[in-house]
Write a new protein. Structure first.
Length: 327
């Protein structure tokens, strides 16, 4: 098994317990704890002002700017953040971090932002805070790592070189479950086995190589059934809420519901692009592009979209797929 490529941020994070709910004990929070929350929600960069202004609903996001001051009314605390466009934003918090008490402090803030309708004001609650000087170098290093990885050549999966293992599902499932637990040690044995059974079972049902689904789920969520991205993608296969609803998923955080939809979705893309592509490898790359960026983006670009994140995703999934195929 090849060594798993860890991101720059992952290397820096020590295993700390993740505090849920409102931000507490802010003055004692460490950088590692901030990065832990950031990674938990799949956040890799600050949300743009435009994206924040157009959001509707609730999402966890990172905002950047200068904390210009603090406000306390009837024992309730808020930070006044000046964003890059010059507008201000009040962020509620249960405790004001000591280092943010001074005015005009550049910072990154993880917040739970809520806007019920487009005409409503954003209500934000602080989940974590870190100095801009600490986060900016990490973001730059991560961008360089992503750029380097995206440039790595991707070789097709060769049937000639791949190992052909013919084992019954009853033998494959515990092997998959053991691997899943090595990637997400927070899972119980039962949870890992449920995920493995879902991957194997639905792959057989829909005629998809289970090793491809393993690679996808590993790259999508790290086998975390409760993973939520900054864009709102949910669960093991990181289904967007609209996609999940369209596929009849009532709870995207249910492992079996999510995996059923994930396998069906990539299977549909594979069937579609096999009819259009010149090779199985091209069909696979297009199917993964459609899964990541949407089939509409593939259609508009006339192939794999020129998105850095999508190209990196395809390379990463196929890299793991090749590994699972035994070479």
């Amino acid at each position: 098994m090849t060594r798993f490529r860890r991101s720059v941020l992952t290397k820096l994070v020590v295993a700390f317990g993740l505090a849920t709910g409102c931000f507490g004990g802010a003055s004692a929070q460490t950088l590692n704890e901030y990065l832990k929350i950031r990674r938990q929600y799949g956040i890799t960069q600050a949300t743009s002002v435009a994206a924040l202004e157009t959001m509707v609903g609730t999402r966890i996001c990172e905002v950047r700017g200068r904390v210009k001051g603090t406000v306390t009314v009837d024992g309730k605390h808020s930070l006044l953040l000046e964003r890059s466009d010059g507008s201000s934003m009040l962020i509620a918090c249960t405790e004001i971090p000591d280092w943010l008490s001074n005015n005009d402090t550049p910072a990154r803030l993880l917040v739970r932002a809520t806007r019920p309708t487009e005409s409503s004001d954003i209500k934000a609650v602080l989940l974590g805070a870190a100095a801009e000087a600490q986060i900016e170098p990490l973001d730059k290093a991560q961008a360089r790592e992503d750029k380097r990885f995206a440039k790595k050549p991707v070789r097709p999966v060769s049937k000639k070189n791949a190992r052909s293992w013919h084992l019954p599902a009853s033998q494959v499932t515990p092997i998959y479950a053991n691997f899943i637990k090595t990637r997400n040690k927070r899972l119980t044995d039962r949870e890992a086995m449920t995920i493995a059974r879902g991957i194997v079972g639905f792959s057989i049902k829909y005629g998809i190589d289970a090793r491809l689904i393993m690679a996808m789920v590993l790259c999508e969520s790290g086998f975390d059934p409760y993973a939520t991205s900054s864009k709102g993608a949910q669960g093991l296969g990181q289904l967007m809420p609209g996609t999940a609803r369209g596929m009849g998923v009532s709870n995207a955080y249910d492992s079996l519901e999510n995996l059923n939809a994930t396998v069906r979705l990539i299977g549909g893309h594979l069937n579609k692009y096999r009819k259009q592509a010149g090779s199985d490898f091209e069909a696979l790359a297009l199917a993964l592009a459609a899964y990541n960026a949407g089939s509409g983006a593939v259609r508009r670009w006339g192939g794999i979209p020129n998105y850095r994140q999508t190209k990196a995703y395809i390379s990463k999934v196929i890299g793991w797929y090749r590994t699972f195929c035994g070479y």
